[in-house]
Design a protein around this ligand. Structure first.
Ligand code: NAP
Length: 237
């Protein structure tokens, strides 16, 4: 069993992954910037900030594997890009698995550009990048009813929503066995805007314009997992 550090341990995915790794028998350190936020029994909380190298060194010392999930769309340059570089240095030879986003390099969004730069930093330093499609929780937020019980979203998007539990289970396998890690993880089905809205709100969506290059890319399938992806998990409901 390994010493595993999870960055972003208090996030949507991290909160599932930490107990799953404990359950698998690993010695787990769960990282947060704020003491007292880690609630998983059996994991040890470590307080560090990926933007601050001095805080990372003790948090990652002696790790066999680092699963790097920490991210911030608002502070993406410092948290995702500089943070990935800092994690790679502090990992000091530990195996690093960094979660990124399917199609981030072909979808024109500022956050996705930062994820692409973070991927480059991780690969350049010998880490492993695994990409996932959009989580169910993200789509529940984006497609929440906003006007007369209807979602307000761009038309014609094509997405492959994935359950966080499935992503977590694939990462647990990959911690134990690097050969089990796929390059991409996706949900079991591809859905368009109208299908997602109907599933989550029971109603057709109201559609709004979005920047053309972004809409074109996503309509072409930029966010869909490739044929080699590991797909599965529960369907969006
Ligand atoms: N959400 C999706 O649909 C999706 C899809 C594919 C891939 N991903 C990727 O999967 C990863 C996890 O996503 P998520 O949705 O679970 O994240 P999340 O819920 O947004 O949580 C972000 C985490 O990052 C930590 N964090 C933020 N800034 C930090 C910093 N400066 N130093 C250390 N920790 C910091 C936060 O911890 P504290 O606040 O406790 O410090 C929190 O645990 C991300 O890399 C994301 O890009 C997400």
């Amino acid at each position: 069993m390994a010493v595993v550090v999870v960055t972003g341990a208090t996030g949507t995915l991290g909160a599932l992954l930490v107990p799953a790794l404990v359950q698998a028998g690993h010695e787990v350190r769960a990282m947060t910037r704020t003491a007292g936020r880690v609630r998983s029994a059996g994991a040890t909380e470590v307080v560090a900030d990926v933007r601050v190298p001095a805080s990372l060194r003790p948090a990652l010392a002696g790790a066999d594997v680092v699963v790097h999930l920490a991210s911030s769309a608002r502070d993406r340059r410092r948290t995702d890009v500089d943070g990935a570089r800092n994690v790679m240095i502090a990992a000091d030879g530990a195996r690093v698995i960094c979660l990124s986003i399917v199609g981030c390099d072909r979808t024109p969004l500022a956050y996705y550009r930062a994820k692409t730069a973070a991927e480059e930093a991780v690969r350049a330093a010998g880490g492993r990048v695994v990409r996932a499609t959009q989580f169910h929780s993200l789509l529940r937020t984006v497609f929440a009813p906003r006007l007369l019980g209807r979602a307000v979203v761009p038309a014609g998007l094509r997405l492959q929503p994935v359950a966080e539990e499935f992503v977590s289970s694939v990462l647990v396998e990959g911690v134990a066995d690097p050969a089990a890690l796929p390059d991409e993880i996706g949900g079991p089905e591809q859905l368009d805007t109208a299908q997602i809205a109907r599933r989550l709100t029971g109603r057709a969506p109201l559609t709004v314009p979005a920047p053309l290059p972004l809409v074109r890319a996503v309509r072409r399938g930029s966010l869909l997992a490739g044929p080699q992806a590991r797909t599965g998990g529960s369907p969006l409901a």
